[in-house]
Design a protein. Structure first.
Length: 143
């Protein structure tokens, strides 16, 4: 569940653009590389990435909001396969508590949760071995 969103005025502009110019581009709210990691070398990597997303069309933003709504409306317990949720304690992009509640609701309370003392992009941590072990556990458990 996102913590970062576009401003309300932008949402209104997106709505108008859907009718008049659906390919109009809007700045995405994730342009600050500091949201992703506190690892300075990885921040520079993101700054220098020529393919980094800076804008999205009105259609893209609307589709993203529709997907968020669809997730909220799925029935409780609809995920029957094993689920592992990896959370970063210092995440400034998603709301961990709300995301945890949503995933547990969808997984019928059976989701396994692993928390890391990390920022949003877990693989950018200076020592990613705990993430690697968690991924191996999830795959080994058929998740």
């Amino acid at each position: 569940v996102p913590r970062v969103d576009v401003p309300f005025a932008t949402k209104l502009a997106v709505a108008a653009s859907l009718l008049l110019c659906p390919r109009k581009r809007f700045a995405i709210p994730l342009n600050d590389v500091e949201l992703f990691t506190s690892n300075e070398s990885k921040r520079q990597y993101l700054r220098d990435d020529p393919l980094r997303l800076h804008e999205a069309t009105a259609q893209f933003l609307y589709a993203s909001w529709q997907l968020d709504g669809m997730l909220r409306n799925l029935p409780a317990g609809c995920l029957t396969m094993p689920v592992t949720l990896l959370l970063a304690r210092r995440d400034r992009i998603i709301d961990n508590a709300t995301t945890l509640a949503a995933v547990q609701r969808l997984a019928g309370g059976r989701a396994r949760v692993e928390e890391f003392d990390a920022d949003h992009t877990l693989e950018f941590e200076p020592a990613p071995q705990p993430l690697h072990r968690a991924l191996a556990r999830a795959v080994g458990a058929g998740e």
